[in-house]
Ligand binder design. Structure first.
Ligand code: BTN
Length: 251
């Protein structure tokens, strides 16, 4: 498999890097094109939430992928992206992070980065835009979110060089993407995600999936990235689209 080099397009301001990357994918942009903006005026989060993106306060990044493997394995793209963010933050900021299933990056149980993968129909086939928002400074979120959200600055006392982090992230992401596509790649990605996440096994969590809510203990990942949860009556349920929250021990 030939090495895929990322091509980075930089903007001062965009409504959303995911939107711009999707537009370019529809126009035929190749895999590996990355869109980065200093600010977003209509940043998007999961579940139609807003992603606040003030100028230079975060890394707002999207990449176009055109995966050729089974679509049932595409959820692994977000796990792979979480691994890449984890590794880039460790390399550039010496910051050890945790991954909450499927792809929130945490420090001290506070969210530092979110990932939003969206599929887009293009003349070259269905593509995926993977968007990453990393809080670099404490200006990247409202002060009232202090208890649940963090930033690299808050966690390390230093504001990282966004350009250095961007270069590392794009490089590490492409490396993991290529590994995912090799024979046995899905097992490798599931294994690597599990070594970086305290949520993989033995974590007591609450799950909200559609209208269903239950709690249980995590029991590893399915080959497609679904999270196995053992409920209080011993049943194993597999979560594929729900929201997961930590259940804190009483006291
Ligand atoms: C989440 O809700 O956790 C996902 C947030 C994803 C935010 C990023 S910022 C760059 C890219 N562009 C967007 O509009 N959203 C993603």
């Amino acid at each position: 498999m030939s090495k895929l080099a990322p091509q980075i397009l930089r903007f001062d301001s965009l409504p959303s890097t995911n939107l711009e990357a999707a537009r370019r994918a529809v126009d035929g942009a190749p895999e590996g094109v990355c869109v980065v903006a200093a600010e977003q005026t209509a940043g998007r989060g999961r579940h139609q939430r807003q992603w606040i993106s003030p100028k230079d306060a975060g890394l707002f990044f999207s990449i176009i992928l055109r995966p050729q493997f089974e679509q049932s394995d595409w959820p692994l793209l977000t796990l792979m992206t979480a691994i890449a963010v984890h590794d880039a933050l460790l390399e550039v900021c010496s910051l050890e992070t945790d991954i909450k299933w499927p792809n929130d990056i945490l420090v001290n149980e506070k969210k530092l980065c979110g990932i939003l993968a969206e599929t887009v129909e293009t003349s070259l086939g269905r593509a995926v835009v993977v968007g990453i928002g990393i809080n670099l400074t404490s200006k990247s979120f409202a002060p009232d979110l202090n208890g649940v959200v963090s930033s690299v600055e808050a966690a390390t006392g230093k504001i990282p060089d966004a350009e250095v982090l961007l270069e590392a992230l794009a490089r590490v992401l492409m490396t993991h993407y290529q590994r995912l596509q090799h024979r046995g790649g899905p097992e490798v990605i599931v294994g690597e995600w599990s070594t970086r996440s305290s949520y993989a096994t033995g974590k007591r969590i609450q799950v909200s999936e559609d209208n269903e809510h239950f709690s249980g203990v995590t029991r590893g990942l399915e080959p497609d990235g679904g999270l196995r949860v053992e409920t209080n009556d011993g049943e194993i349920k597999v979560v594929r689209a729900g929201d997961v929250t930590l259940v804190r021990p009483a006291g």
